[in-house]
Ligand binder design. Structure first.
Ligand code: XIL
Length: 463
């Protein structure tokens, strides 16, 4: 039970269809006054693009924000999994011992279900965000209270939860590999397995996860979690998944062995989930980090999905570090574009095959497969670039233009092509509807960016 591998959607969409819908997404999201016919029903959102490989893309939701229409519009459009940011925690659901309050948790559950989204439960047993009465308990009384709490909460939400974070953050940071000291830990080392068995009894259909941070790469802490999962599997303690919170910043960057770490846990016969992703920063560095996280998950067949810890930067628990995919106005960031592209499997930016030539942006002589020229509209801090793609002596059935941006420039929006990156050498591939260009004919695409626009002649290749 609950051990099956991640279901796969057999109807993976063609790259052309993906390309067309990517364009539709960027135009719609930017509100640009550009109209054209494009198939907009496929992978133009995070949720839909993740669903192409049977995965989900979720967000943390705060109940008190459900009356904010910008918030709900973005959340409803982009995500297909929801985690209650605080509303299902111990202090929220059992404010007084044995008096349960599901009001705000239910608001989120209802919003999720009525909008066709699945729900992750967070969290049943944790050293933090305990109600005052629980903080003051210990020993067998606390153990019984924990069991009662898990039973009541998991029973209340039974049938509505895709996965529960049964136990959160039970291991210590640093090199000890020890359990974190807490009142729950002091009830006996078996408190975690008791929590999992209790959750399984209350809601047998929910996947049961252990969730933690600083376990994203291989280190003493993740080794200790790994050993616990191995032990649980060998003794039949019910566990179905491990959640990797993935709160990243310059002190805690995306580890280089992130994918390998996810894979070694998956090899234990459990799912892995990225449960609270946020990456502090901005611009192309943040965008690259996000796409690297997505690529790591996509490369691990039992990586079931990704949840970001909030919708807009201003919704984040670390708002000042702008760690999310939408800005405070709900507009997409470069990190959104790179995340969507990674989910859609758009190939990474190709390095230029030869050094870009400097000088005026005139097209090279035709005769090769194609050439490209740029008309730049530059203002202080930003630009738009119109790129004309001209076929050589043979018709094109697909093309890709690589534009080299000066350092500091970032592509924020693209039309009539699919951007494979947002900074440095950016490869723009044709959209589904403009792949074909007759011999000697031309087509045009464009992009908007921040910083200084390109001055070098782009390279163009048939694809
Ligand atoms: C955070 C919430 O985002 C904040 O609103 C709250 O004040 C504190 O908790 N690890 C977890 C999450 O498992 O529950 C935490 O959420 C962030 C760290």
């Amino acid at each position: 039970m609950n051990q099956s591998s991640v279901p796969r959607d057999a109807t993976r969409r063609s790259p052309l269809r993906v390309a067309a819908t990517l364009i539709a997404a960027s135009v719609v999201a930017a509100g640009a006054a550009v109209a054209f016919a494009a198939d907009a029903d496929a992978a133009s959102t995070l949720g839909a693009s993740a669903a192409q490989s049977g995965r989900y893309f979720g967000t943390a939701i705060a109940a008190y924000k459900l009356s904010d229409s910008v918030y709900t519009t973005v959340a409803n459009r982009e995500f297909n999994m929801v985690t209650a940011e605080n509303e299902m925690k111990q202090d929220a659901t059992e404010p007084n011992q044995n008096q349960f309050n599901f009001t705000s948790g239910d608001q989120i559950a209802t919003w999720a279900t009525s909008n066709g989204k699945r729900l992750r439960g967070h969290t049943l047993a944790w050293y933090a965000q305990q109600p005052g009465w629980m903080q003051n308990m210990s020993g067998t009384a606390l153990r019984s209270a924990m069991v009662n709490h898990i039973t009541q909460v998991a029973t209340h939400y039974k049938g509505k939860i895709y996965a529960w974070d049964v136990v959160n953050e039970a291991f210590a940071d640093g090199g000890s590999g020890a359990r974190r000291d807490s009142n729950l830990q002091r009830t006996g080392n078996d408190w975690i397995e008791v929590a999992f068995r209790t959750a399984r009894a209350a809601d047998p259909a929910a996947k049961l996860c252990y969730n933690d941070y600083n376990t994203d790469g291989q280190n003493a802490k993740s080794n200790a979690v790994y050993a616990m999962v191995q032990d649980f599997k060998s003794r039949g303690v019910p566990i179905d998944c491990v959640g990797f919170q993935s709160h990243f910043n310059s002190n805690s960057p995306v580890p280089s062995d992130y994918q390998a770490n996810l894979q070694r846990f998956a090899n234990l016969g459990i799912d892995v989930q990225i449960t609270e992703l946020d990456i502090e920063g901005s611009g192309s560095a943040q965008a690259t980090n996000y796409s690297n996280v997505v690529k790591a998950c996509l490369a691990v067949s039992r990586c079931a999905g990704i949840t970001v810890w909030g919708v807009r930067d201003t919704d984040s628990w670390r708002a000042s570090a702008t760690p999310l995919l939408f800005d405070g106005n709900g507009n997409i960031k470069a990190a959104y574009t790179s995340t969507l592209a990674a989910l859609n499997g758009v190939p990474p930016t190709d390095p230029p095959t030869s050094p870009p030539t400097s000088g005026p942006t005139t097209p090279p002589p035709t005769g090769g497969a194609c050439s490209a020229s740029v008309t730049l509209n530059q203002w202080n801090g930003g630009f738009t670039a119109a790129v004309r793609v001209t076929a050589g002596s043979a018709a094109l059935n697909g093309w890709a233009v690589t534009v080299t941006l000066p350092s500091g420039a970032t592509v924020t929006n693209t039309w009539n092509a699919v951007a494979g990156g947002s900074s440095g050498a950016v490869r723009f591939a044709n959209a589904g509807y403009n792949a074909g260009v007759p011999a000697g004919g031309s087509t045009e695409f464009g992009f908007q960016g921040t910083g200084t626009g390109p001055s070098a002649t782009p390279s163009c290749a048939a694809s």
